[in-house]
Design a protein around this ligand. Structure first.
Ligand code: GLY
Length: 347
């Protein structure tokens, strides 16, 4: 499958271009490419003036933004020029942020290179850098004009990174596509095999179906005042786990899988979430190799990290829960229940 989907987000058009091969780096016109050291190595020659950042969250900073803006200025770019990110979530987020503030908004194209960034960071208009010790504290809403999706990047992606993206795909299916959810359940064992990462047709189909789900939520609520918050299913608990372990021990997907299981457990405890649905989702995550329980992390650390996150957001953190497949709502949870659920997620 190749082709283009055109979505409108907050009055701006985002063209999602699906292609099986590696995208060619277009040097015509005024553009500035941003890579990290790993994604730069995927191309035999980088366009002149490209910015290459160190991989890792520490690059997602004002210093990183400054180096992109300086390079744009040195190239004599204007508002009509295009910032092009080729990388994972970090590169997509920071390049999008730089493009959104350069002359009050320049052109933006994203070429996500990890499964996670293909289905999440690249689409929907969230831009970000880290600030004051918090992830993504500073950012804007600025949808990319073009997003190029190429599964050719995924053939060399380590399984753990691939699975990290897959956890987000499962989450999206749980929120908005029962038939995608069922096919992920049917194919769970095959998804962890190396051949799957080379199956461009299958991957393009799954990525496209995931983006169509996301587009429905984002289209309805681009600035997250309502249903877009549902996309945070599993993230309140999951972020607590990531933060308690310094964002190093678990991939984002592992934390989201764990967090989603906690959200289903909380819904079960409240008598709201269907038993068979919760058990089926737990089976799916387990078949994909995600631990239903984690070890070596004190519950108190996770709870502290969740509390800190809540304070940062001035207490406006609601938990995303589900009654059933594609039936989602937000709820405040009592602290005692949160503690019980977190403790049950630890061996
Ligand atoms: N990652 C969820 C969102 O884009 O809103």
């Amino acid at each position: 499958m190749t082709g283009t989907d055109i979505f409108s987000i907050d009055g701006r058009e985002s063209h999602v271009v699906y292609t099986e091969g590696l995208p060619a780096l277009d040097e015509s016109g005024e553009s500035l490419y941003v890579f990290d050291r790993n994604t730069a190595a995927l191309f035999s020659r980088l366009p002149e003036g490209s910015v290459v950042l160190e991989p890792g969250e520490q690059s997602k900073s004002w210093t990183g933004v400054e180096s992109i803006l300086k390079a744009a200025f040195a190239r004599g770019m204007s508002r009509d020029s295009v910032f092009i990110a080729a990388g994972g979530g970090m590169i997509c987020d920071i390049t999008a942020f730089a493009a959104s503030v350069f002359m009050r908004g320049a052109g933006l194209r994203l070429i996500p290179t990890s499964l996670l960034s293909m289905v999440d960071a690249s689409f929907g208009g969230k831009t970000a850098i880290n600030f004051g010790g918090y992830k993504n504290l500073v950012g804007t809403f600025y949808p990319a004009g073009t997003i190029t999706i190429s599964p050719a990047f995924l053939t060399s992606l380590p399984l753990r990174e691939f699975l990290s993206g897959l956890a987000e795909i499962v989450k999206y299916a749980m929120l908005g596509d029962a038939s995608l959810y069922e096919s992920l359940r049917e194919k769970a064992a095959a998804l962890t095999r190396a051949e799957c990462r080379g199956d461009a047709g299958f991957l393009l189909d799954v990525i496209r179906r995931t983006l169509l789900i996301k587009a429905r939520f984002v289209g309805e609520d681009p600035t997250e005042k309502g249903v877009r918050a549902y996309l945070n299913l599993g993230h309140t608990f999951g972020h607590g786990l990531e933060a308690a372990t310094g964002f190093e021990r678990f991939t984002h997907g592992e934390a989201v899988a764990w967090g989603t299981l906690r959200a289903l457990d909380a819904g079960r405890e409240l008598g709201i979430t269907g038993r068979d649905y919760a058990a089926g989702a737990a089976r799916l995550f387990t078949e994909l190799g995600f631990p239903a329980k984690v070890s070596g992390v004190p519950a108190a650390e996770i709870l502290r990290a969740m509390e800190k996150d809540k304070k940062k957001r001035l207490g406006r953190v609601k938990f995303v829960l589900q009654r059933n497949l594609c039936d989602t709502f937000c709820e405040n949870l009592e602290q005692a229940l949160v503690q019980k659920i977190v403790e049950r997620g630890i061996v």
